[in-house]
Design a protein around this ligand. Sequence first.
Ligand code: ZN
Length: 361
Amino acid sequence: MTQLDFKDLIMAFSDAKGAPGFEHEVAKLVTEQSEGLGEIAKDTMGNVYIDRKGNSEDHSRLLIQLDAHMDEVAFIVHTIMDNGMLTVAPLGGWVAHNVMAHKMLVRTADGNYVPGLTVSKPPHYMSEAEKKAGVTIDSVLIDVGTSSYDETVALGIEIGEPIVPDVTCTYDEERDLLMGKAFDCRSGCANMLETMRRLKDDELEVDVVAAFSTQEEVGTRGAIVTTNTIQPDLAIVFEGCPADDPYVGQKAQQSALGKGPNLRHVDAKMITHPKFQRFTIDIAKANDILHQRGVRTGGATNGGAIHISSQGIPTIVLGVPVRYIHTHYGYAKMIDHEETVRLATEVIRALNDSVYDTFSE
Ligand SMILES: [Zn+2]
């Protein structure tokens, strides 16, 4: 398999289809693109692990877990109606009014995908009450262009099949602008894989296992299993995190496009270990790596699950700013991916037992 360069890797990850619990296509890409990085394993939940080449026997050295989640916000077929339309249940946090009038791909029982549209009544057929009520997530319907139950079933569509946005990633080099879906967390997947590639021939003082996890968008379920399996001493979570620059003034921005990875001090599920966070910020400064610091009152990552597993795992989150996550289309920049990988690489190179000891002083 051709090894994609960093930009093409991000774009391929963005395009891959991976509803929570149905991450197989993303997992396949991980496996194909991880040649020579270490031992690859998969568990029954679909989590994929790369146990880095050069790690000690039985992980006797300080063990770092890297995490990025493979799933994306999606839907699942709930009912096939008499008229052939699909009612759906959300897999992950959608805002209803962002969902309508977009292209979707519905998986069939034999693994192919059928295009469809998220639809609602045009204004011509809406009552005043319906116009006022607005869109709710349970009013989302998907039309695959059929007119009866039998016609939809004949396409191979069954209840329980996943549905993902139908979007192809593009890149405008002149403006360094990626536009695509699922940068939450495929940006993280690409960054984690690229970090493993850049560390490939390094002599490290630590062991590294990269875990591509499943089902983050439905409550960090995959990461509960990966961290139980790996039992790390420290963790680095790679994410695509919501950019705030469309909404707040320049001075207040904490997650702007083009200004490097966002390092959150807190979110809804984790207070970032202050010493590990400080260590990371100092490394960014010493290496002139762009970075931004954030205090988040909402949202969470797999860090929420990982940091309170086992005996407590100091964890940091490196988030690529992405505009409009949890919708069909987002913007992100290569420079932010590049700076994230530089930072992760330098942090891992600098970690050792004595640094780790200072985290509990
Ligand atoms: Zn998300």
